[in-house]
Write a protein that binds this ligand. Structure first.
Ligand SMILES: *Cc1c(COP(=O)(O)O)cnc(C)c1O
Length: 356
């Protein structure tokens, strides 16, 4: 059977990109970040001898209020190593039906761990305590062992929504009560922290493991950090080695992550303000119906224009604006480090042309 391995490259011959709202992963490292990378002290990470990577792991464990942390190349590897560490073949994971681990990691939980994921329903990428309770099976020789409950903070497909703290803690307590471990996909955790004002260690306190992506709003070229107990991180390190995620002079990239912790967290508030301005502007364009934005992800419905999301995004790209699509008529615009308030005005002007 043929495997569709084609990367998502745009077709040739397009006009220059004026504003890129495709994803917060498409930022370029700044001069300051590159200087920090050039100056990094390095050693052999596999041997535990890279001082910059060690400093990053220590700083992250402390910041998250966990015992230990491990540096990994990507958020996907953090999720997959967490699943490999928490679960055994045949186990069941409970997560929202739109969760990245279910929709966007190539079936990794099944392919690597041999675990199944059951998708829970709920508005905006969140599920309620009742929905989780209803998903918990009675323990018997028939039922798969349910060993992990996962949440996404912020919920990406849900619209970049921040889990209310009480709900985050309540679902974790129910999961623990039922004998499950709890894992947080924190791809955009710092967006949730900046938007809510809740200290990060408080936000993640009910979760046995969590990770933060540095390549989303924080603007590094590579890197994510997985945090948890000493025992969990020890087991995670074995999977890092097995999967080839164990690196050498990784201080070069860890330095970018340390730089991002110092310089790129508070400014996420600008991305959130730009997203809100985008929503206000979209609401004034006939045919476009935006969802509320609380962080840096803006979603809107384009069905009233008569175009599918794909056709709409293609047309916008021909006008110099990159957008992504997440459903038949649902378009996503993502604000980030490389997008200014003026760029939002430009994007809105382009969208008026696209619709008009
Ligand atoms: C981007 C993303 C990931 C995967 O992170 P990578 O660093 O791209 O592997 C996982 N979960 C969510 C919610 C994401 O948005």
């Amino acid at each position: 059977m043929a495997i569709d391995y084609a990367p998502l490259v745009p077709p040739a011959g397009l006009p220059p990109l004026l504003v890129n709202l495709y994803s917060d992963t498409q930022t370029k490292p700044t001069a300051g970040m590159k200087a920090a990378m050039m100056d990094a002290e390095v050693g052999d990470e596999q041997f535990g001898l890279d001082p910059t990577t060690n400093a990053l792991a220590e700083r992250m464990a402390k910041m998250m209020g966990k015992e230990a942390a491990v540096f990994l190349p990507s958020g996907t590897m953090c999720n997959q190593i967490a699943i490999l560490t928490h679960c055994r073949p045949g186990d069941e994971i409970l997560a929202h039906e739109s969760a990245h681990i279910l929709t966007s990691e190539g079936g990794g939980a099944a392919a690597l761990t041999g675990a199944q994921i059951t998708g829970l329903r709920g508005d905006k990428g969140l599920f309620s305590a009742d929905t989780l309770r209803a998903g918990i099976r009675s323990k018997s020789r028939y039922s798969p062992p349910q060993t992990l409950m996962e949440v996404e903070q912020t919920a990406n497909s849900g619209g970049g929504v921040v889990w209310p703290q009480a709900q985050l803690d309540e679902v974790a307590a129910i999961a623990h009560e039922a004998g499950m471990a709890t894992h947080m996909d924190g791809a955009r955790l710092m967006n949730a922290v900046v938007a809510s004002g809740i200290p990060v260690a408080e936000m993640v306190k009910s979760y046995d493991s969590l990770w933060l992506d540095f390549t989303k709003g924080l603007g590094t070229p590579i890197g994510a950090v997985l945090c948890g107990s000493h025992e969990f991180i020890g087991a995670a390190w074995r999977w890092k080695q097995r999967l080839g995620g164990s690196m050498r002079q990784s201080g070069i990239i860890a330095a970018a992550c340390l730089y991002a912790l110092d310089h790129n967290i508070d400014r996420l508030a600008d991305d959130h303000a730009n997203a809100k301005a985008m929503v206000r502007g979209l609401g004034q364009i006939p045919g476009l119906v935006p969802e509320d934005a609380t962080t840096n992800l803006v979603f809107f419905d384009c069905s009233a224009t008569g175009m599918t999301a794909g056709a709409f995004a293609d047309k916008a790209r021909r006008h110099g604006l990159a957008l992504s699509t997440t459903g038949q008529y649902r378009v996503r615009a993502c604000t980030h480090l490389d997008v200014s308030a003026a760029d939002i005005d430009t994007a809105l002007a382009i969208l008026r042309d696209v619709v008009g």
